[in-house]
Design a protein around this ligand. Structure first.
Ligand SMILES: *[C@@H]1O[C@H](CO)[C@@H](O)[C@H](O)[C@H]1NC(C)=O
Ligand SMILES: *[C@@H]1O[C@H](CO)[C@@H](O)[C@H](O)[C@H]1NC(C)=O
Length: 364
């Protein structure tokens, strides 16, 4: 009664249906991935904006009709993101030594947040209200908020144009990673205002550090990004508002003797403050030579991951390494130094050999 095999036109019809469906599925897939590609940065910004909204103040939530509900949600989400924080990371050292670069790399990790400049230690000292178990998340919020803002419109919102050596635009955006945000939870939270950490330690000692450990229930770790002091100080001079280094002839040395004197003094003070951290917490102190970061970014990052006890995926390491400008910035010869000024820098280096081992005016 029934044919033994389906008639030919049935087979053709069924095959045509399969082909049609496959084409639809493929088209749909392209539509989706096409969107994801072109909208990636928008999605990224929206997720940050969402995050920023989640952090609006409690007062604001309370005036809403459903304030109580929102507040509960906010507390739950804060617990989820902050409960696993085990390390507070403070950068300590100087301005112009590539702390911005290093902190931007660490902030790209899915479980690390490093504020671009939130003055964490200073704020802690000035905010007695934070020193209760209950309010510690407000302190963390200042760092997370700062990190998110830096990605939205600060240094981490743009890619670099030109190199550090020729004073072009700095930019520390790392595509496809987690700057300004995090994946489900945070393990390490911190701040890169290195020079201000040094100022606070020099003036006030370590009391606030012990207080943070106790009240926040976290380890405190220090990262010290160190650059040849002569380049560090020279860049500091070249960046002074009265020095037009950007437009100056690079073959003519700049004579800014008084500014240089000031900067040498500042640098010495920061070294004193940095040494306070090293002396008191040698186990929790890591020196990172900025030239190593520039020349061997992946290796430097692995060392930092190990020090911070976080797992770093190879894709994270490689995405970070890809944005590091490999041209070292050697600026010491762009300004005039007197013998006396050079010797004053050496005196600082000799006072804290553990911070400045191996650097000289002549090295490269
Ligand atoms: C980089 O700067 C140069 C000159 O200042 C400009 O012409 C170029 O468009 C910039 N490139 C990017 C990617 O912004
Ligand atoms: C550099 O400037 C100072 C004054 O600021 C001056 O005394 C000194 O002679 C200058 N040095 C050179 C080599 O021009």
């Amino acid at each position: 009664m029934f044919p033994r095999f389906p008639p030919l036109h049935h087979t053709v019809f069924i095959a045509a249906c399969w082909v049609g469906m496959s084409v639809l599925v493929i088209l749909w897939h392209f539509e989706l991935t096409g969107k994801t590609g072109s909208d990636r940065s928008d999605t990224y910004l929206r997720s940050i904006q969402k995050r920023a909204l989640e952090h609006t103040s409690q007062e604001q939530n309370n005036v809403n009709n459903d304030g109580a509900m929102k507040l509960t949600e906010e507390v739950t989400s804060k617990n989820e993101m902050y409960d696993r924080v085990n390390t507070l990371l403070l950068f300590v050292g100087y301005s112009r030594s590539r702390h911005s670069l290093v902190s931007s790399l660490l902030d790209a990790h899915p479980h690390m947040i490093v504020a671009d400049e939130s003055y964490a230690l200073r704020k802690w000292v000035q905010q007695p209200a934070w020193k209760t178990e209950k309010s510690r998340y407000e302190f963390f919020d200042t760092m997370l908020g700062n990190s998110a803002r830096s990605v939205k419109r600060g240094r981490r919102s743009r890619v670099a144009n030109g190199s550090a050596a020729n004073f072009q635009i700095f930019g520390y955006r790392i595509p496809d990673q987690w700057q300004g945000t995090y994946d489900r939870y945070i393990q390490v939270i911190g701040d890169k205002t290195a020079w201000d950490t040094a100022v606070m330690l020099r003036l006030l000692g370590t009391r606030a550090i012990y207080e943070m450990k106790e009240k926040l229930g976290v380890n405190i770790k220090f990262i010290h990004v160190v650059r040849n002091p002569f380049d560090n100080i020279a860049t500091f001079v070249l960046r002074h508002k009265d020095i037009q280094a950007r437009t100056a002839d690079p073959n003519v040395k700049i004579n800014a003797s008084e500014i240089l004197d000031e900067k040498i003094k500042l640098y010495n003070n920061w070294a004193e403050g940095t040494f306070v951290a090293h002396k008191s917490f040698p186990e929790d102190f890591l020196s990172v030579v900025s030239m190593d970061v520039v020349k061997r970014p992946a290796e430097s990052l692995r060392k930092m991951c190990h020090f911070l006890q976080v797992t770093c995926s190879e894709s994270y390491i490689q995405d970070c390494a890809a944005i590091v400008d490999p041209v070292p910035s050697i600026t010491r010869h762009r300004i005039m130094w007197t013998e006396k000024q050079i010797n004053r820098v050496y005196a600082t280096m000799r006072a804290f050999p553990v911070l400045f081992e191996g650097f000289t005016f002549e090295d490269v």
